[in-house]
Design a protein around this ligand. Structure first.
Ligand code: MUC
Ligand code: MG
Length: 366
């Protein structure tokens, strides 16, 4: 089953509640839908969310690198020869999100061809993931209202709070207000998106002691190597690498140099193939993982659920899966539902991301 062509469809869907965090703000899902067409009529689908402030990729760069560079290289290759496809993609450095979407689309095509759900092909550990909801920058009382509403409406009891603001007191207050308002049964963890220095992060840890925060993600730039290592040594909670570890090589470097001691896996930037490699590294070394979110659509979130539910280590913690709730619309023909705080995998061939063509026609840019 050979790849006949690769299609890129840039589209834009507005957010009803834009998400703001230390490294950027998302008001529109300006993403690229990627479709791998095979010579026997199977179409694999995936979503590519550009995050220029994180990886340098844009909607235009993703469309161009796939159309001009990757598509000519993978056309004619068999979708089952994933190692060959990856050997080709690896010749081009960076462009993680473009590569990740191509990889997921290839897996989707494989699943459809075999008549098998991809979550089963990847591991089939469980059929659902608990959902963690990401809270962006807002005044503390609004954050609490949002968390309570998500708890009540969707049964979500894990929240990732975006921090990394200055003065530090803004985030410290938010942590205290959330813990007081949500009670002890709710998990709260932090993601600073490199907004602080390592020493500022240490101060925040001191001033939030006793609140039971569980993880501290990307507190500062990982290039701040010495101070970051000192922070990791002194932190009472795992320090999670996210944007510092988009590839398996980055994961090895950061874990071995003491830049972090837990890893956020994101299928949007690693696809399923490199995410599997990263997961193997982490479980082999005895390092905790989280399933992160790149402010994904329902299409992207379904890919995260597919990978996360397939493995034991990735399904232990709640995965970040709910940002699509803040979008005005989405492309999935059958909407993704959060029930009892969980999202289920789809037991259909492939990943299960069937696209509503009318919606795609409405939101596509070209
Ligand atoms: C996260 O975990 O950092 C923000 C930027 C991005 O690329 O992902 C999000 C969430
Ligand atoms: Mg993060």
């Amino acid at each position: 089953m050979k790849i006949e062509r690769v299609e890129v469809i840039p589209y834009s869907i507005p957010y009803t509640h834009p998400l703001q965090f230390a490294s950027g703000k998302v008001t529109h899902a300006d993403h690229v839908l990627v479709r791998v067409h095979t010579d026997d009529g199977v179409v694999g689908t995936a979503d590519a969310p550009p995050r220029p402030y994180t990886y340098g990729e844009t909607q235009e760069s993703i469309s161009t690198i796939i159309t001009k560079t990757f598509a000519p290289q993978v056309t004619g290759l068999d979708v089952f020869d994933r190692e060959r496809i990856h050997a080709v993609l690896r010749r081009t450095i960076h462009n993680q999100v473009a590569k990740g979407a191509l990889d997921i689309a290839v897996w989707d095509a494989i699943g459809k061809r075999l008549g098998a759900p991809v979550h089963k092909l990847l591991g089939g550990y469980t059929d659902r993931l608990r959902v963690s909801h990401m809270l962006g920058f807002r005044p503390a009382h609004e954050l609490l209202d949002e968390a309570l509403r998500f708890g009540e409406t969707y049964g979500i009891s894990t929240f990732k709070l975006k921090v990394g603001r200055r003065p530090l007191a803004l985030d410290i207050e938010a942590c205290h207000v959330l813990r007081e308002g949500l009670g002890d049964g709710v998990e709260i963890y932090l993601d600073a998106n490199r907004g602080w220095t390592a020493n500022e992060a240490l101060e925040v840890l001191r001033r939030t002691e006793g609140l039971g925060l569980t993880l501290l993600e990307e507190p500062c730039d990982a290039k701040e190597a010495l101070s970051r290592r000192r922070l990791v040594d002194r932190s009472p909670i795992p320090v999670v690498g996210d944007e510092s570890v988009p590839t398996a090589g980055d994961v090895s470097r950061e874990l071995l140099s003491g830049g972090c001691n837990a890893i956020c896996i994101k299928t949007a930037r690693s696809g399923f193939t490199e995410a599997t490699e990263i997961l193997g590294l982490c479980t082999g070394l005895g390092v905790d993982v989280t399933m992160g979110n790149q402010i994904d659509t329902q299409v992207g979130s379904l890919a995260t659920v597919t990978f996360g539910a397939a493995h034991e280590a990735t399904s232990r913690r709640a995965g970040e899966l709910s940002n699509f709730l803040d979008m005005a619309d989405d492309l999935l023909a059958e909407p993704l539902l959060i029930t009892d705080g969980t999202i289920r995998v789809r037991d259909v061939p492939g990943v299960g991301a069937e696209i509503d063509e009318d919606k795609l026609a409405t939101y596509r840019l070209s």
